[in-house]
Ligand binder design. Structure first.
Ligand code: GUN
Length: 293
């Protein structure tokens, strides 16, 4: 029998969304300020359309303004850039998110770095990456921020713990490493060339899986009592249908873990909640207002 706490990311994210909504209402009452998020969507990738629609709904539900800018898949780099520059100049827009991936003719790095860093609610701008790694106030990428909030809430003190992050992406692995270093963890980042990945994982008190490989991390890679945060979302065949699994083999890992996030219903719901949180933070900073408690 497993003693692991199965972290309910859906409930935790709903609480965070409600908290952001409460703070947005306070801001409106005290300063007449309504945080605004603009999402730029280029092309017609169905999954991106679903994500963007969900982001818009959650933004409105939290009492904030939501705008969507759609460009065709044939849009030029200059057209996307022009959209971003218009949003940079618009004082009613506090957060800008350009949905990735962008079509090949658009230079994604240049577009991300064209966003005003103080409106970059994804935290992907080079300036925000630099601020995060040097310990300055920054906007922090939503998925790793969600992981950190769950760890702080469920595990508590992280100081001195050994953290292992599997995956070195700019969106999750690297910012997660910066965040956990800031929490005074001892951080290791593993990847496809790491020697003895299972052995490295087995030493970890906090194990973050963000590689994008279905059920790669097995139960015996998990130290007894460790916190396991599974960022992976992989669709795999299941008979006639498909199902979603993480980067961790849940059924095995739950036997060893002290805490574990399921897929779906773990990290996933936290990403949008953190996007709302970042939008509120960006609006407060823009107007030099202290964030409501
Ligand atoms: N596409 C998939 N995930 C993300 C994300 O976190 N931000 C943006 N902008 N695009 C994405």
């Amino acid at each position: 029998m497993s003693d692991a706490v199965i972290i309910d990311g859906k409930a935790f994210a709903a609480d965070l969304r409600a908290e952001v909504g409460r703070k947005a209402a306070l801001l409106k009452a005290s300063h007449g300020l309504v945080p605004g998020l603009s999402v730029v969507l280029v092309g017609d990738d169905p999954a991106s359309h679903v994500y963007v629609r969900n982001k818009g709904k959650a933004t409105v539900a939290a009492g904030m303004d939501s705008q969507e800018y759609r460009l065709p898949a044939t849009a030029s780099h200059a057209e996307v850039l022009e959209t971003v520059e218009r949003l940079n100049a618009d004082d009613s827009v506090h957060g800008i998110l350009v949905q990735l991936p962008l079509p090949d003719q658009v230079d994604s790095n240049a577009i991300i770095n064209a966003i005003d860093p103080d409106k970059d609610v994804d935290g992907f701008h080079t300036v925000n990456v630099g601020r995060l790694t040097t310990g300055q106030d920054s906007l922090v990428p939503c998925t790793p921020l969600g992981c950190l909030l769950m760890l702080r809430h469920f595990v508590g003190e992280l100081k001195g713990k050994r953290a292992m992050i599997v995956g070195r992406s700019n969106i999750v692995g690297k910012p997660m490493a910066s965040l956990l270093l800031r929490e005074h963890c001892t951080v290791t980042v593993g990847h496809s060339r790491t020697q003895d990945l299972p052995g490295e994982c087995r030493r970890a008190d906090v194990l973050i899986a963000a590689v994008g490989r279905a059920e790669m991390i097995r139960g015996d890679w998990v130290k007894p009592g460790a916190a396991v945060i599974d960022v992976g979302i992989n669709r795999v065949p299941a008979g006639e249908k498909t199902r979603l699994v993480g980067d961790v083999c849940f059924e095995e890992a739950v036997e060893n873990a002290g805490w574990i996030t399921p897929v779906p219903g773990g990290v996933g719901p936290m990403t949008i909640a953190c996007l709302l949180k970042n939008t509120l933070t960006a609006a407060c900073r823009r107007h030099a207002i202290e964030e409501p408690a």
